[in-house]
Design a protein around this ligand. Structure first.
Ligand SMILES: NC(=O)c1ccc[n+]([C@@H]2O[C@H](COP(=O)([O-])OP(=O)(O)OC[C@H]3O[C@@H](n4cnc5c(N)ncnc54)[C@H](OP(=O)(O)O)[C@@H]3O)[C@@H](O)[C@H]2O)c1
Ligand SMILES: [Zn+2]
Ligand SMILES: [Zn+2]
Length: 358
């Protein structure tokens, strides 16, 4: 272990080009400062955003790129001004590693909407160096962006909470959709979607999964506790469910028509878009006007919301459905994620994986 001032070398798995194939990559971590926490990564979840990023779906990718933004690890060292964390503690880190701290969003504790936010990978840090993500042996994160993990939640379970779960929790909280008795829809039962079912159920909602097939029906009802399951191509059932939902969390990661889902919403219902989609989505205006419905979007969650969600998760004793894999499975995991073949989140056991191929 080097001194806090020295540049460190670490190894991660990086994509080199838009093929998105990851392979071992040795790189230096920026110098750590007084506010920084040096973390040994134990687990890192695999989000569909990682696939969008490594494949340059949004045309903004820089390589080499080490993805991964659902990081759980052990504190190896802390800077002199770090008060909230101690060596040996298990902590979490997510998608953000920087923000301006001065704008309205930052001052309101919703730093995910800061125009100067810094992503934990595929971005440039304040020192001018590229940021790299959680599929790596170690990371360095300013303490503001590190979260404490409540006791009693297994670290591998925590990983997908740091993006997928807070991404659902944040809009439900912000839009006043936490009260029990609401009727919610979860469109797309993947990593984010399955967190949506778990969290909305724990809030006491009546939850309908809206899926592209009936393949996940039994699990959705039996294991995740969903109350109803709609297959989006089943027009009769979709029509029967018209005007029945207070909100829909739409996690579909590709272009899709919005009208079939808007029609499921009650008066004042909200369609909350989550998917990163680089093509225009379409709807006709009466679909929103005649029910005063809203189409909105939401981006991850703040550190404050993450801490709140972790407490909620612990208090309710929730468990997600994950598949733990080793780092050398990552390319297969990305491929399976793209093919809609995961129940419901891959989590890479980074600590237990061999990262270097000499
Ligand atoms: N807004 C944010 O802050 C935020 C945070 C995290 C992720 N995201 C984005 O949210 C999206 C979902 O992420 P994820 O990690 O949950 O992905 P995921 O695990 O791949 O889940 C997406 C789900 O959407 C459905 N789906 C997939 N392909 C489809 C297709 N061609 N047509 C219709 N439905 C399809 C599938 O559910 P069914 O089998 O049930 O149809 C699939 O399980 C991604 O675009 C990701 O980048 C956004
Ligand atoms: Zn994510
Ligand atoms: Zn700001």
């Amino acid at each position: 272990m080097g001194s806090l001032e020295a540049e460190r070398t670490t190894v991660g798995w990086a994509a080199r080009d838009p093929s998105g194939i990851l392979s071992p990559y040795t790189f230096t971590l920026r110098n750590t400062g007084p506010d920084d926490v040096y973390i040994k990564v134990h687990y890192c979840g695999v989000c569909h955003t990682d696939v969008h990023q490594v494949k340059n779906d949004l045309g903004m990718s820089n390589y080499p790129m080490v993805p991964g933004h659902e990081v759980v690890g052990e504190v190896l060292e802390v800077g002199s001004d770090v008060t909230r964390f101690t060596v040996g503690e298990i902590v979490g880190a997510g998608l953000l590693v920087g923000c301006c701290k001065k704008c309205t969003a930052c001052q309101s504790d919703i730093e995910q909407y800061c125009k100067k936010k810094i992503w934990n990978y595929n971005d440039v840090y304040v020192d001018g160096k590229p940021t790299q993500g959680g599929f790596a042996e170690t990371i360095i994160v300013e303490q503001k962006f590190v979260v404490k993990i409540p006791e009693g939640i297994a670290p591998e379970q925590v990983a997908p909470l740091l993006c997928a779960a807070v991404t659902v929790y944040s809009p439900l909280s912000h839009f006043g959709l936490k009260e029990s008795g609401l009727r919610g829809g979860i469109l797309g039962l993947g990593g984010v979607g399955h967190m949506g079912v778990i969290i909305a159920k724990a809030m006491g909602h009546h939850v309908t999964v809206i899926s592209s097939s009936d393949r996940k029906k039994e699990e959705a009802i039996e294991d995740l506790g969903a109350d109803a399951y709609l297959v989006s191509s089943d027009t009769t059932s979709m029509q029967e469910a018209a005007d029945s939902l207070d909100y829909i969390i739409d996690t579909v990661p590709v272009g899709h028509p919005l009208e079939p889902y808007l029609s499921l919403l009650k008066l004042d219902g909200k369609l909350i878009l989550m998917g990163v989609i680089n093509t225009p989505l379409q709807f006709i205006t009466p679909m929103v006007m005649l029910g005063r419905r809203s189409i909105t979007g939401s981006f991850i969650g703040s550190i404050k919301e993450t801490e709140e969600m972790l407490e909620f998760w612990k208090e309710k004793g929730l468990t997600s459905m994950i598949e733990i894999v080793n780092m050398d499975y990552i390319n297969k995991a990305f491929e399976r994620l793209e093919k809609n073949d995961v129940r419901y989140r891959f989590v890479v056991d980074v600590k237990g994986s061999k990262l270097i191929d000499q």
